[in-house]
Design a protein around this ligand. Structure first.
Ligand code: SAM
Length: 508
């Protein structure tokens, strides 16, 4: 599948015809992606089907600057425009400044993390503001009655179709973004495993001196909250009496879905508070001991992009210029902004210098490669989780007695080129369409990053001073789930064998 062509069509589709969404363009896009290869794997991301992209990333212009200035742009694209003058004259904006804007910006530049954050989170055109539906399978799967894993997969596919047919009957939408998460697929067993972890750690640590206070950041449909509270109520009423559950949710539509599901579920209403806010806007100090849950939320936190000068090993930070037509151009500057610089310092100190870099450690090899025809002057990109560092600052400052429980992907299939690079994907006519660059029409693409749990654990420890343990998703479930609940007749157990690319970190 020709991924840039898809990207281009999407941009054309949504830029030139934002209102009418021309049928002709949709048909062209549809036939273009029809041949996308479908993959089925036990490595999960959020969509049901996927295709593959192969082409190089659209990147900034070939520079016309003299040699002393060539670091500003990667020397690989031969025929693209030189936008250096625009880069010098256009104002710099941030995602925060763009929040009040209803139109995608033009004739501006910004750091890559601001571009990603604006694309995902802008309240008016961002991906989270309107595009996302989280799949619910309806009744929980009866795993014990299913023959084996393929039978589970087939049943899941059937329910996916049913779910989407029902949505289409209300309002057809070829660009509907539909996700699934383990919370939903393995409901209620996944939530029950989390509840067992919370209850037993609460009982062993702060019970009876403190209440059981649970914060959940990014609660999706609210399913984890309902499953955790149901379980605590049924199994340990005395703990339930002392339980408070608070959701911090950025999406207004998901926050209201959580509220209406809570209202339907007789009983828990007095226990739950839903706070419709980004965690990055949190300003209240919570001195009490609490558990802080974050399931599949880090992956959307904006990252910065760095490339390294292959001769000096100095990092350069990526910025994006948006021209007057809404096209994107990528630039690299040798001066790092304070947050990226701090991330590199903290990472280096926290890991004792043990982390991967996107270039060979051998100078000789780099020199040789650098003298090949058309060799780039900078390394491949590395995406660094600068927003995650700010999230740890928030935990440290406002939740000093928290214990974190977080699960996320440690690797993702179909990621774009680079180290720690994201998957950039959209869903069109019920198919996942991955593309090869994050520089795509803002708001229509999910941009999700893997988490390097080794580095994250070190950075979290350095910022919060807390000790942690990292396990695989499977190991966590083996410890806390009743795995017989999710076993098929053949003995295969999707709760354990799916999400092999996910890990769990807990504060100990
Ligand atoms: C992939 S969904 C996961 C939902 C749920 N945790 C689950 O596992 O089913 C990510 C969730 O995080 C929320 N979210 C993303 N960024 C956030 C932020 N900065 N602050 C609060 N919530 C956020 C999204 O709106 C969504 O509810």
């Amino acid at each position: 599948m020709d991924s840039p062509l898809v990207t281009q069509l999407f941009r054309q589709l949504f830029r030139s015809h934002p209102a009418c969404q021309s049928r002709r363009n949709l048909a062209a896009l549809s036939s273009c992606i029809r041949d996308g290869r479908r993959t089925q794997s036990h490595q999960q991301r959020r969509g049901m089907a996927s295709g593959h992209g192969r082409q190089p990333v659209e990147r900034g212009a070939k520079s016309k600057l003299d040699d002393s200035e060539t670091n500003w742009q990667q020397r690989t694209e031969l025929f693209s425009l030189d936008m250096t003058d625009e880069y010098k004259s256009y104002p710099t904006v941030t995602a925060k400044e763009l929040r009040s804007r209803r139109e995608r910006p033009r004739k501006v530049k910004m750091l890559m993390r601001d571009f990603i954050e604006d694309s995902l989170y802008n309240p008016h055109y961002g991906y989270f503001s309107k595009q996302v539906v989280i799949f619910s399978p309806g009744e929980p799967f009866d795993f014990n009655a299913l023959r084996d894993e393929p039978a589970f997969h087939a049943e899941l596919g059937r329910r996916y179709t049913e779910f989407e047919d029902a949505l289409d009957a209300q309002k057809p939408d070829p660009t509907r973004q539909l996700w699934h998460t383990p919370t939903e697929l393995f409901r209620p067993y996944y939530g029950e495993a989390v509840a067992r972890y919370l209850m037993s750690n609460y009982v062993m640590s702060t019970y009876p001196y403190h209440d059981l206070i649970i914060y959940e950041m990014g609660a999706g449909r609210g399913t984890l909250m309902l499953n955790v509270l149901d379980y605590i109520r049924d199994v340990e009423p005395s703990v339930y009496d002392r339980t408070k559950y608070k959701i911090i949710e950025i999406s207004p539509s998901l926050a209201s879905l959580q509220a209406s599901r809570l209202a339907e579920s007789a009983g828990h209403a007095g226990k739950v508070e839903i706070i419709n806010r980004s965690i990055f806007d949190w300003r209240e100090r919570v001195p009490s001991p609490c558990f802080f849950l974050a399931m599949e939320v880090f992956d959307n936190f904006a990252h910065d992009v760095l490339r390294y000068d292959l001769a000096t090993e100095e990092p350069l930070q990526g910025a994006v210029l948006i021209d007057g037509r809404g096209d994107f151009h990528e630039f690299y500057e040798p001066a790092l902004d304070p947050l990226a610089a701090r991330y590199l310092r903290v990472r280096h100190a926290a890991t004792g210098g043990r982390y991967r870099l996107p270039y060979s450690s051998s100078r000789a090899l780099r020199w040789l490669k650098g003298h090949m025809p058309f060799a780039p002057n900078l390394s491949d990109p590395e995406y660094v989780p600068t927003r995650l560092l700010q999230f740890f600052d928030i935990l440290e400052k406002y939740f000093p007695a928290h214990r974190l429980l977080t699960s996320d992907f440690h690797t993702l299939p179909d990621a774009i080129k680079g180290l720690n690079s994201p998957v950039v994907q959209t869903r069109f006519e019920r198919r996942m369409v991955p593309v090869t660059t994050p520089l795509v029409h803002q708001g229509y693409f999910d941009i999700l990053f893997p988490t390097d749990f080794g580095v994250m654990e070190a950075v979290y420890g350095a910022v919060t001073g807390k000790l942690t343990r990292v396990t695989t998703h499977e190991a966590f479930m083996r410890s806390w789930a009743y795995i017989e609940d999710t076993q098929t007749r053949s003995g295969e157990n999707p709760l354990l064998s799916w999400y092999t690319n996910a890990s769990v970190l807990v504060t100990v």
